[in-house]
Design a protein around this ligand. Structure first.
Ligand SMILES: Cc1ncc(COP(=O)(O)O)c(C=O)c1O
Length: 385
């Protein structure tokens, strides 16, 4: 093995040097607690509010509508649990989501069922798509929230949020979207999408891990998950993580500036890999919506009725070739479970396991494509003989 290629940018990305530089002074020099009234505290407070302003502007929100969290997982939990619990006061106990959501949405739904919430999990079609009509049909007079992600982290399918929001708002239902995979990749604007809550995370766009945010439109009723301080206007207590908030803002600023050219470049890398895989492997199935999809994700399954490739071995062999990819499968108690998204799209379990998700990012070049195709050839022929 002579090289390593990272193609798992939907899992996480390396920290941009410029983000690290922006964060550095806030670990030691500007160390104050943003809640303190003295000069040190006020320095921290001002940096924190600048960061909040930058991020809020990037998504068309007001700074007062953005609440820092420990990441996308917490923001998803906060949105679902917080809104569902607050809605009990007005007698609403029904939530709508989809089978292709991230576990950070699906698992809070499971927990909320134990608190009496009724959950409708909408099926997705073979492209992983959910449309506004499905949402509209599922709404009842007990529905408090619709939670549909902006784009899928495994197959890249982009959901018609504007139409979904219109259908929900017509019936007075709030809309939450998980935009973890779209921030900095495609335009994300809370006014344009007309959503009431939006989950953000920054380690997918060369920012630090361990920080995210929840956009909560002014006036939305939501209960807090944490208690014990007045930070984040009492909604998310705990001393704010200032260096990470500063890094969050810097990464968003850089991603916004680079988006038009970088996403075009990544789309062309993905297209090239896709056409070469289609040409070389007749058993390859491309997962995700053919048009409404993120530019940088290519998700490929090998059809189990045509070729027998064992999922774990496929990933391991790619890793041995120096290529970091994933199948989207979850590893539970030492055994690999097929991706719930691919199963929901109708793939059989063996095909779903024999999947590779290529997620392109800054470090990838055309040269990587040649190497990946060549390596894939070797791996597949080794495994199928
Ligand atoms: C769609 C989606 N939502 C939520 C998360 C969780 O975000 P975090 O890692 O910041 O907790 C991820 C991360 O993989 C994701 O892809």
């Amino acid at each position: 093995m002579n090289r390593r290629i990272y193609l798992d940018h939907t899992a996480t990305t390396p920290l941009d040097d410029r983000v690290l530089d922006a964060m550095r002074p806030y670990f030691a020099e500007t160390f104050g607690n943003a809640s303190s009234v003295h000069w040190f505290g006020q320095q921290a407070k001002s940096a924190l509010e600048n960061a909040r302003g930058t991020i809020a502007r990037a998504i068309g929100a007001q700074p007062g509508e953005l609440f820092f969290t420990s990441g996308g997982t917490e923001a998803d939990n906060f949105a679902l649990i917080g809104v569902a619990r607050a809605a009990r006061r007005s007698g609403k106990n029904h939530l709508i989501t989809s089978a292709a959501e991230h576990h950070a949405v699906l698992e809070p739904c499971e927990m909320l069922k134990e608190e009496g919430l009724v959950v409708t999990v909408l099926p997705v079609d073979s492209n992983g798509f959910v449309d506004a009509q499905q949402v509209s049909h599922a709404i009842t007079d007990k529905t408090c929230l619709v939670s549909i992600m902006h784009a899928n982290n495994e197959v890249g399918t982009i959901y018609p949020l504007k139409e979904i929001s219109a259908a929900a708002h017509e019936r007075g239902v709030l809309v939450h979207t998980d935009a973890v995979q779209t921030l900095g990749k495609i335009p994300v604007d809370v006014k344009d999408l007309d959503v009431d809550l939006m989950t953000l995370s920054v380690h997918k766009l060369y920012g630090p891990k361990g920080i995210g945010a929840l956009f909560i439109r002014r006036g939305v009723e939501i209960e807090s998950l944490l208690f014990g301080g007045g930070q984040e206007r009492g909604r998310r207590p705990g001393t704010e993580n200032l260096p990470l908030a500063v890094g969050f803002a810097k990464a968003v600023e850089l991603a916004m500036a680079a988006m038009p050219t970088e996403m075009q470049r990544l789309a062309s890398l993905r297209q090239n890999l896709e056409s070469r895989i289609r040409a070389a492997f007749p058993s390859a199935l491309i997962n995700g919506h053919p048009v409404e999809r993120l530019p940088h994700i290519l998700n490929v399954s090998f059809d189990s009725s045509k070729i027998q490739l064992e999922g774990e071995m496929l990933l391991m062999n790619m890793d041995l070739e120096g290529i970091a990819v994933t199948s989207g499968s979850a590893c539970t108690s030492g055994s690999m479970q097929p991706s719930h998204v691919l199963l929901a799209m109708g793939r059989d379990a063996k095909t779903a396991k024999a999947t590779l998700r290529f997620a392109f990012g800054k470090s990838n070049t055309e040269g990587d494509i040649d190497y990946v195709v060549e390596s894939l050839h070797q791996v597949v022929s080794r495994m199928s003989h």
